[in-house]
Design a protein around this ligand. Structure first.
Ligand SMILES: Cc1cc2nc3c(=O)[nH]c(=O)nc-3n(C[C@H](O)[C@H](O)[C@H](O)COP(=O)(O)O)c2cc1C
Length: 142
C-alpha cells in the first residue's frame, strides 16, 4: 500500500456544488482503480490523502497537480504504508469551517507524529479531524 499527502491552494472560491462535482468525478475514477482517501477543504487550501497502488497513486497525483482548479500543489508526504487507513472511502470529503488546513491540521500532525510512530500519516490526520476539529468539520457529499 502507498500513501501520498499533498496540500494545494484553490484558484477560485469553491461552492458546495463545485466541491461535490469534483468529489463525485474523483470517486468514479477512484472506485474503478481501488484508490481511497480523504479530501479536506478550508475555503482556501486543499489537503488530500491518496492511498492505493504506488503507480496508480503517483500517476493520479501527476494529473491532479496539473488541474487548473488549484495551484501551489505541494507534496507533503509519500511513502509505503503497512495498511489502508480509509477502506470505506473512495474519497471522503470534509469542509473545514473556522479551522485551517495548515495551522490546525498540518502543524498538529507534525506534533502528533512524535507521539505515535505506528500510525500512518493519513490516520493521524484523520484522528485530528475527528477528535480535535470535529465541530469545524462538515462532511461534503456523504
Ligand atoms: C483538489 C483536487 C482533488 C482531486 N482528486 C481527485 C481524485 O481523488 N481522483 C481523481 O480521479 N481525480 C481527482 N481530481 C481531478 C483530477 O485533477 C483530474 O481532473 C481527473 O483525474 C481527470 O483528469 P484528465 O482530464 O486528465 O483525464 C482532483 C482535482 C482536484 C482539483
Amino acid at each position: 500500500m502507498f500513501e501520498l499527502i499533498y496540500q494545494s491552494s484553490a484558484l477560485n472560491t469553491f461552492s458546495d456544488d463545485q466541491l461535490e462535482s469534483l468529489v463525485s468525478e474523483a470517486r468514479n475514477f477512484n472506485v474503478a482503480h481501488d484508490i481511497t482517501g480523504l479530501l479536506v477543504f478550508d475555503g482556501k487550501s486543499f489537503l488530500q490523502i491518496l492511498e492505493g497502488d504506488k503507480k496508480i497513486v503517483e500517476d493520479l497525483y501527476d494529473r491532479i497537480s496539473m488541474d487548473e482548479r488549484h495551484c501551489n500543489v505541494n507534496l507533503r508526504w509519500s511513502q509505503h504504508s503497512a495498511k489502508r487507513s480509509f477502506t470505506d472511502w473512495s474519497m471522503g470529503c470534509f469542509a473545514l469551517e473556522g479551522a485551517s488546513v495548515e495551522k490546525d491540521l498540518m502543524l498538529k500532525s507534525r506534533f502528533e507524529n512524535r507521539l505515535s510512530d505506528t500510525l500512518s500519516h493519513g490516520s493521524r490526520l484523520f484522528s485530528i479531524l475527528s477528535n480535535q476539529l470535529y465541530s469545524a468539520c462538515r462532511p461534503v457529499l456523504t
